[in-house]
Design a protein around this ligand. Sequence first.
Ligand code: MSP
Length: 429
Amino acid sequence: MEKKKFYITTPIYYPSDKLHIGHTYCTVATDAMARYKRLTGCDVMFLTGTDEHGQKIEDKAKAAGKTPKEFLDEIVEGPRGILDLWKLMNISNDRFIRTTDDYHVASIQKIFRRMYDKGDIYLGKYEGWYCVPDETFWPENKLTEDHICPDCGRPLQRVSEEAYFFKMSKYANRWLDFVEANPNFIQPESRRNEMIQFVKKGLEDLCVSRTSFSWGVPVPFDTKHVVYVWFDALSNYLTAAGILDDKEKFKKFWPADVHLVGKEIVRFHSIIWPIMLMSLGIELPKKVYGHGWLIVDGEKMSKSRGNVIYAEDLARHFGVDAVRYYSLHEMPFAQDGTITYETFISRFNSELANTLGNLVNRTVAMINKYFDGVIGSPDNAGEFDDELKGTAMRAIEKVNEKMKTFHIADSIDEIYKVVNRANKYIDET
Ligand code: MSP
């Protein structure tokens, strides 16, 4: 029988700064899901990558006195770059896409043209504001007088330029019908409701090209424009699956089973992206799951606050598995998770060193002491064995149930019930 396929993605990261533990969480969570699906027998494609075009990258490269490509190559492929980080963290991705890859660029141009030929993209003028760090347009009517980004609170730039627009508004009702008919498309529920409210307020057409800088994919029929970086980035899920260059693979893996993303970019993935696909006549992904943020002392990590924690530093002190364990365990299904060195140390000591470490140590010590280091076949099941076995069997069922709905932290709790019961078993016997 052919294996069931499972196509899972992380967002593609901006290589404008060093990635921190929040980004690492997102990739580790996707990795945990991909590994789980492989264990259950699925043929998995796990995709991650980097989002390499746009004004932010162009500005950063300029400030570093490098060409964008030189700047990017170092951050992505250089020593202690993003590829090295995922290697260190034991990430089992099957593909890594860079949006500067030729096959991706060629596909974006095709996609843009197809939507233009269909009449869904038209030329106009953009007058409004732009958040460079988030690469997001903010029309006047969405803003207060101070012209601060409603998402990230940083100052916006005034933009007035000729631009191509995508007729999002045309698809609003179709989107609402789709989301209604597919209640699990956006998860968790709270974010689904937010998105529905957003669309019900009215969808504006989206600006999908820029002319005031050049680091991007040129619009094929009007090369003074570059394609808007989110339009380019979202399409990575199609291009890496082989829409242009590997039809077999594309047929097998598309639609994506889940896009795992952070909460602030659920809007891009659950509204803009499906509408782009509707325009292209391509099947929609099955699910967008928006996780919370890992926050430090109640605040989002940022360089200016000086509270950024890096996975590499934690791994150096505690080991890679502890970092993976902590970040997965600490992120609840729908809310934010917290990270501090203090809570890390306390979880490390109590759950890993104590509970799990003791179980392993005691088990290995007894195998050596009583069984000459050999694990024989089990016999003489006693009164305590059934209960231990029952706990383990229930855990399998529970973990399956929880993982199906992306409750990763809750799955860990189920596994820990077995660990705790096994420690008790040793005390009892
Ligand atoms: N390039 C876009 C994504 C394009 S996908 C077609 C982008 N990149 S990002 O590097 O800024 O963020 C990537 C992911 O990291 C997002 O899902 C974001 O939510 C996540 N995180 C960034 N900081 C985070 C935390 N502190 N905690 C958890 N996730 C965080 O957006």
